[in-house]
Design a protein around this ligand. Sequence first.
Ligand code: ADP
Ligand code: MG
Length: 396
Amino acid sequence: MTLSELQTSFEQAFGKQAEKIFFAPGRVNLIGEHTDYNGGSVLPCALSFGAWLLLRKNDDGVLRFRSLNMKETYSIQLSAIKPQPNRAWCNYALGCIDIIGQRHPEAKLTSGYDLLYYGNVPAGAGLSSSAAMEVVTARAFTEELSAVCYQQSDDKAYRTELAKISQLCEQQYAGVMCGIMDQFASAQGKKDHAIHLHCDTLEFEHVPVKLDGIKVVITNTHSPHHLDSGAYNDRVRQCQTALEQIRKVRPINYLAELTPEDWQEVEQAITDPIAKKRAHHVVGEVARTAAAVEALKQGNIAYFGELMTASHVSLRDDYEVTGPQLDALAEAAWQVEGVLGSRMTGGGFGGCTVSLVKDEAIESFKAFVGKEYEAKTGLKADFYVAEIGDGVTRLR
Ligand code: ADP
Ligand code: MG
């Protein structure tokens, strides 16, 4: 969809041209899975696909929401801004507008807006179409309402504030108690760079990803299974058990403080065999993420790919969050000549894998992985060849 096609759609919906157009990307996590709540870091990047927002002030005192991806439309009076029932999609936008007002009292919403969204991130696949929608809204309305955070000169601090607004929106308006990685990646993304983020302190570094002749290929399981809150909470608890038992022999605050060498010394303190496997993944994944950052800095994409594959094996065998669909995709990918690495990305069970594939191998990758996947699971996979893009921006 081109910008002029989007403009045409806006005119058809609202009868006038849009005043401004914004874009925010979806994201994929390259490595560092299930490390964030254990004090570790993550390594996501922003994608070249995401969510667009076209807007125009109106004189009606109403927020009108339309999306080219959804049939439902919403008209919300300015005096009635609150979470909408029945998982209304407008919550991902309305919440950001509300939270800007809560965090920045100077940014008063005094007029209505006509708003048109369009997204090309597959929704619900774990590539954060929701974060893209939130961040694009936070970007647009901090500017429209002249919030102080928009006027300040520190662009990184501004983008971090956009991520916080968006995370609070997801928590308060969509009811998802998410961490900040997705919104942070969408706000702080940088073309051809990954974001090495410490989720607890929000310290981060852009790390160059030099993919000469290699592409990031994302494969969608289209599996109905997802990491549900029960399985997620189990993992959090099992890590906590391991941490408590390790503390009897070593005073640490987080599992992420342990190196693989430390692990040899402390593992016998963990009596619960499941907790031991979970902690083993975390310690290994934290080390792999650090090694992956170094590999990127040295331009060693081949080693980076090996670390991705090792990450999947650990998530499969120790953390047990892959499941047959993600395993079928990754295991097929590993067999293809020209694949440097492949792993599940996101919480697990469903969603997507991320693979590094040489340009000349992309067609055979799609054909082989697609065929193997369908034979093993009866499902059809989808492939997206992604570029690593910039964070949220105003286009017009
Ligand atoms: P993910 O973030 O992994 O794609 P979520 O379930 O968190 O999946 O978010 C998907 C939801 O976000 C959709 O069901 C919809 O409510 C909303 N959404 C995302 N993109 C759009 C869009 N372009 N237009 C309207 N709603 C959208
Ligand atoms: Mg989401």
